[in-house]
Design a protein around this ligand. Structure first.
Ligand code: NDP
Length: 262
């Protein structure tokens, strides 16, 4: 099936690793033009060298999504180079492993800032361009924590719930401009976040053994962590003009760890 993404211009935040990187790769495979950002210049340079060489369809820029001016400049450059912005994937970020008694006021502030600025800054910058597109789609990368909070991730769970709520409002608000807004809610996906936690845990287990224990502990029905490209598949489907009647919804990509039936 042709997803209709060839030559579409898509902004993916946080495309130097994990889910964002897999999404950039999948979009390039579909013939889209992709702009992505992250904070670490070296990692972005590697992505550009690996995926971008030669075809002029990948733009990378150092940009922290919490910095509205930097995001404005990044999106402006994307629109100048590609002549359009048809899609936006708000993916950049990470979770914060803090329980109630560990989370400081600063943890709460930082977590809420990252999650909300990570959606609102790129959205504000891209909105006029999206409104001019005939197939505008925004995908917010979220977590099943939004619907199923975990006390060990109390700040992230609360922020995630807020973002799911915000996504619904945005879908209603932006429908008049023809902009669809949806979410993907991740369970546990094998990316940099988990390799960092494996290293920090110093468990003495192999990475596979540690993952298997984690999957059992968290009750993942499919018995394993997800792969970044399995999430990218859902994101690309929601970006596709073929998903033209899908807005205001969320897709769980979580191997069955989600218990919510809504
Ligand atoms: P990774 O750590 O593998 O990648 C995160 C990406 O975001 C990197 O490119 C990173 O680059 C970038 N990034 C992080 N903070 C910022 C920032 N402030 N501004 C710009 N770029 C930033 O993470 P994942 O692929 O696992 O996660 C992707 C998204 O999915 C995140 O929002 C995460 O919270 C969410 N998620 C992931 C889950 C999982 O199990 N993996 C579960 C639930 C949700 P750099 O560090 O150079 O800035």
């Amino acid at each position: 099936m042709d997803l209709g993404l060839a030559d579409r211009a898509i902004v993916v935040t946080g495309g130097s690793s994990g889910v964002g990187l897999a999404t950039v790769r999948a979009l390039l495979d579909e013939g889209a033009r992709v702009a992505t950002c992250g904070r670490d210049a070296e990692r972005l340079k590697n992505v550009a060298a690996t995926l971008g060489a030669g075809h002029g369809r990948l733009l990378t820029e150092v940009c922290d999504v919490r910095d509205a001016d930097a995001v404005d400049a990044f999106v402006r450059r994307t629109a100048e180079e590609f002549g359009a912005v048809d899609g936006l994937v708000n993916n950049a970020g990470q979770s914060r492993m803090k329980a109630l008694d560990e989370a400081t006021a600063e943890d709460w502030r930082d977590e809420l800032e990252l999650k909300f600025a990570g959606v609102l800054n790129p959205l504000h910058a891209a909105r006029p361009h999206l409104a001019a597109s005939d197939a505008a789609s925004v995908v917010n990368v979220n977590a099943v924590l939004a619907k199923q909070p975990e006390t060990r991730l109390i700040t992230t769970s609360a922020a995630r719930a807020g973002i799911l709520n915000l996504s619904k409002s945005l879908s209603a608000e932006l429908a008049a401009d023809g902009i669809r807004v949806n979410s993907v809610c991740l369970g546990l996906v094998d990316t940099g976040q988990w390799t960092r936690r494996y290293a920090a845990a110093d468990s003495g287990l192999s990475y596979e053994g540690w993952q298997a224990e984690l999957a059992a502990d968290r009750g993942i029905a499919l018995g394993r962590l997800g792969r970044a490209e399995e999430v990218a598949y859902a994101i690309v489907a929601l970006l596709s003009p073929r998903a033209s009647y899908i807005t205001g919804t969320s897709i769980d990509v979580c191997g069955g760890v989600g218990r919510s039936i809504l």
